[in-house]
Design a protein around this ligand. Structure first.
Ligand SMILES: Cc1ncc(COP(=O)(O)O)c(C=O)c1O
Length: 355
């Protein structure tokens, strides 16, 4: 056990899941997005809980992530998001994943390995990243189905669901216009968290929420009806005072005036506490905000206290709220990034405790 760890509240995960499920049409089911180690929260325990809560399927970003879930005994369908690269086809099939298909090269690689492989085809309705253009969809489907590939579903992804509902509805309309003329009935899905919360695309066959399951708002606003499910805690490895003029950390960028109480905490940027928080970030102890002093190093961070802490004090590195200084969402804003990036940066080497 390290003296720093993450606590993940699976009860709050359930509350967020129910909040999202309450938005859905009667036949719409959830694909729980657990890529990037469930956005840093730990893929296997989160995936298992989501399935218990009623999620029909899961989604990951790499075949390796899918294989990890299979090794843990998960049997539910697992989607491989993105756009399958031919190099990943074999591993995707080995882990029994449902690849997302958007190129003929990937289709050929799949059919060479396993005729009859099941896929979902991605349409680009405006994101401009991956996907078949809507006008090419019918021809693309005909070509891949002629290779023997089983196209079970068709999806698209929204580019601005968190900021522009009108444009998102236009993307959905483009998607529906592209699939309407098709002769076969495919399973359809489009909505990410922001779209689910906005009620856009919530009556197709599936929705694909990620960030909101973890209680983090997709639009980066500080208030939300969601509950963050993760806390990051730490105990001090050393509490000390330094004489006037003594520097702290690489580069000696902070100097003691003399007599201040400092605590050295056992985590650093390799754990996902960004180096940009050097001389700028905060952790919390009770109601007090303790500023980071000196540079954040790979494995250690130093903070300034007003008074000596009680023995075995537990410092909160990330709070499960929307605090502008210590929550994932607030800190992301302060750093000019998004909560997605801070959550997925939480290193696998941090122990995770589930409550
Ligand atoms: C294709 C696809 N669907 C769904 C999601 C989930 O998005 P969010 O975490 O915003 O709900 C993602 C995440 O990036 C994605 O790439």
């Amino acid at each position: 056990m390290r003296a720093t760890w993450l606590e993940i509240d699976l009860g709050r995960l359930a509350a967020n899941y129910r909040r999202l499920a309450g938005q859905l049409g009667p036949k719409t089911r959830v694909i729980g997005v657990v890529k990037a180690n469930a956005y840093g929260h730990g893929a296997v325990p989160v995936a298992k809980r989501l399935l218990e809560l009623g999620a029909a399927r899961l989604a990951v970003a790499t075949a390796g992530e899918g294989a990890e879930l299979r090794r843990a005994g998960i049997e539910a369908p697992i989607h491989l998001l993105g756009s399958l690269h031919p190099d990943e086809a074999e591993d995707a099939l080995k882990a029994d994943l449902v690849p997302t298909l958007a190129t003929l090269e990937a289709a050929r690689a799949l059919s060479a390995l396993r005729p009859g492989a099941t896929v979902h085809v991605k349409v680009d309705t405006g994101m401009g990243r991956v996907g078949v253009p809507p006008d090419d969809l019918a021809d693309f489907l005909a070509e891949v189905e002629a290779m023997g590939i089983e196209v079970e579903g068709i999806l698209t992804h929204f580019a601005v669901a968190d900021e522009d509902p009108a444009l998102t509805r236009a993307q959905l309309a483009r998607f529906l216009a592209a699939v309407r003329p098709l002769k076969k009935r495919y399973l359809l899905h489009a909505a990410n968290s922001a779209a689910v919360l906005a009620g856009i695309g919530t009556d197709l066959d599936f929705v694909r929420p990620g960030i909101a399951l973890y209680g983090l708002p997709p639009d980066q606003s500080l208030t939300s009806e969601l509950s963050p499910i993760l806390r990051w805690k730490a105990k001090a490895t050393l509490v000390k005072t330094l004489p006037a003029g003594h520097g702290v950390g690489y580069g000696l960028t902070w100097k003691a005036r003399g007599g201040e109480t400092l605590a050295t905490l056992p985590f650093g940027y390799a754990d996902g506490f960004h180096r940009a928080l050097s001389n700028r970030g905060f952790v919390r102890l009770g109601r007090e905000y303790l500023p980071v002093v000196g540079r954040v190093s790979m494995d250690q961070t130093t903070v300034l206290l007003k008074t000596p802490p009680p023995p075995d004090a537990v410092f909160e590195v990330v709070t499960a709220d929307f605090d502008p200084r210590t929550s994932l969402t607030g800190r992301a804003r302060a750093l000019g990034t998004i909560n997605y990036e801070l959550a997925t940066a939480l290193s696998p080497r941090l122990p995770r405790r589930y409550i």
